[in-house]
Design a binder for this molecule. Structure first.
Ligand SMILES: NC(=O)c1ccc[n+]([C@@H]2O[C@H](COP(=O)([O-])OP(=O)(O)OC[C@H]3O[C@@H](n4cnc5c(N)ncnc54)[C@H](O)[C@@H]3O)[C@@H](O)[C@H]2O)c1
Length: 436
């Protein structure tokens, strides 16, 4: 029987939302962990036992790990038994093709090249960054080119000096510390030996099941999970637009349709944000553009939803002016409720609610109020806006635009005036015009 490898030294590249909790949790299992980041201030912060991101419970784990000497941050990788790559994989628009964003693998390439300098026989390399199919093989090629003195799985199969695997991350921000332990993992090795060694590594930490497969399937599994969500949300978003045209309450419609035992439609919203669901489907589309019309259509539906919401606001403004001929556009006060990319968080990255509010701040001649209980001040790029309490917005605004279903907005009270509700929070309003 093969003995389990101990992995006394683990090197994690990228100390962001994924890499830092991963590094800290391995360190909490009394493994010596080197956390690597190219951002010097991140390195300095972590070495002080502090953190630079918001994640409940993480600061305590990092503080203890650093104080006990199990976690050390550096701006270059050091020798280790296993290397985990958790650097960004954004999309980029190449000249001449603005309709088809391409994955940007430059961060993975740089991280791979940096570990090639310290790699030795017997080491394991695991890619955790969300990646297009074939990236793990590409990492192996980059490493082989940099280290001709070592053998790799693509040329030497199970007998290779270096083992390489892909293991996608599926944690939910806000619950990362718990989910790193309890979630099942999909582990795709370039060979069975690679998969088995990576499973040994994760068994230090993971109490969920480790499902072994090949690298391509593991890469595609992560992209499939997020594309599935994107397509389902697009269906709901499209329904909301159809229902508006046909004068049907979409929330009632979905609730009735979901009474069918095999139907489960998601709720529509103002669009899709964040840096996963709105990005990952492009990794499939860019690889197989002629074979993915449904996934591409879903991206387009979700990307176009903010513009539709802006049109709804414009319609509400015009209706208001028609009903109140004594008022001009500059008199009309609009309140936006929620700016974040999903409910009950403070993250504004790629948020459709933020995009809609910014567009409104430039387009509307009157005052625009913002209610966002999860932030203390507005981002600098939004001019002409006022951050106010929900009560003040209820009292002052003529048009109320619900963009995020934060728990604070789900209370019984509903504003009086014209309502554009993108999340169905005030769905019990029988008409969208509750007059004062
Ligand atoms: N955040 C999530 O909820 C989540 C969930 C699942 C998967 N992912 C995926 O995990 C990967 C990382 O995401 P994240 O949210 O942690 O990103 P992040 O931006 O929070 O962190 C990435 C870190 O990598 C560092 N970095 C960049 N190049 C480097 C290099 N060459 N060497 C060392 N460090 C380098 C950056 O400075 C940054 O601190 C992405 O592929 C993302 O799609 C993220």
């Amino acid at each position: 029987m093969n003995k389990k490898k101990i992995f006394s030294k683990i090197c994690v590249l990228g100390l962001g939302y994924i890499g830092l909790p991963t590094a800290a949790m391995f360190a909490s299992r009394e493994r010596s962990v080197i956390g690597v980041d190219i951002n010097q201030s991140t390195v300095d912060t972590v070495n002080l036992g502090q953190i630079h991101i918001v994640e409940p419970g993480l600061e305590g784990v990092v503080h203890t790990a650093v104080n006990k000497g199990f976690l050390y941050a550096s701006n270059v990788p050091l020798a280790a038994d296993a290397f985990l790559i958790a650097v960004p994989t954004p999309i980029q628009f190449l000249d001449g093709d603005e309709m088809l964003p391409q994955p940007n693998l430059s961060y993975i390439k740089a991280a791979t090249q940096s570990i090639s300098l310290v790699l030795k026989k017997g080491d394991l390399v695991v890619l955790e960054s969300t990646s297009p199919v074939g990236t793990t093989e590409q990492v192996a090629e980059w490493l082989a080119a940099a280290r001709p003195d070592l053998t790799f799985p693509q040329s030497h199969g199970s007998a290779s000096d270096i083992r390489i695997a892909y293991c996608p991350e599926r944690v939910l921000p806000g619950q990362v510390i718990r989910e790193l332990i309890t979630n099942d993992r999909v582990i795709g090795g370039m060979t069975n030996a690679c998969s088995n060694l990576a499973a040994d590594l994760y068994s230090i930490l993971v109490e969920g099941k480790c499902h072994l497969t090949n690298a391509k399937t593991a890469e595609m599994a992560k992209l499939t999970e997020n594309s599935c969500r994107d397509v389902q949300i697009a269906f709901a978003n499209e329904l909301s637009i159809i229902c508006d045209e046909l004068d049907i309450n979409v929330w009632e419609l979905i609730s009735l349709s979901n009474r069918h035992p095999r139907v489960n439609i998601l709720n529509p919203g103002p669009g899709v944000g964040g840096h996963c669901i709105a990005v990952d489907p492009w990794f499939i589309i860019s690889k197989t553009p002629d074979k993915s019309p449904l996934i591409r259509a879903a991206r387009n539906v979700n990307d176009s939803k903010p513009k539709w919401v802006i049109n709804q606001i414009d319609k509400a403004l015009l209706e208001f002016l028609k009903e109140n001929p004594d008022k001009s556009m500059t008199d009309v006060i609009v309140a936006c409720y929620g700016l974040t990319f999903k409910a009950n968080i403070d993250d504004l990255r790629e948020s459709p609610a933020l995009q809609i509010t910014i567009d409104l701040s430039y387009g509307h001649q009157g005052r625009v109020l913002v209610v966002e209980p999860n932030i203390d001040s507005l981002p600098r790029e939004i001019p002409n806006l006022e951050l106010v309490s929900k009560e003040k917005a209820f009292e002052m605004a003529h048009i109320h635009v619900l963009l995020v279903d934060h728990v604070e907005f789900k209370k019984q009270d509903i504003p009086v005036g014209k309502i554009v509700d993108t999340r169905g929070v005030w769905r019990n309003v029988s008409v969208s015009n509750r007059t004062r």
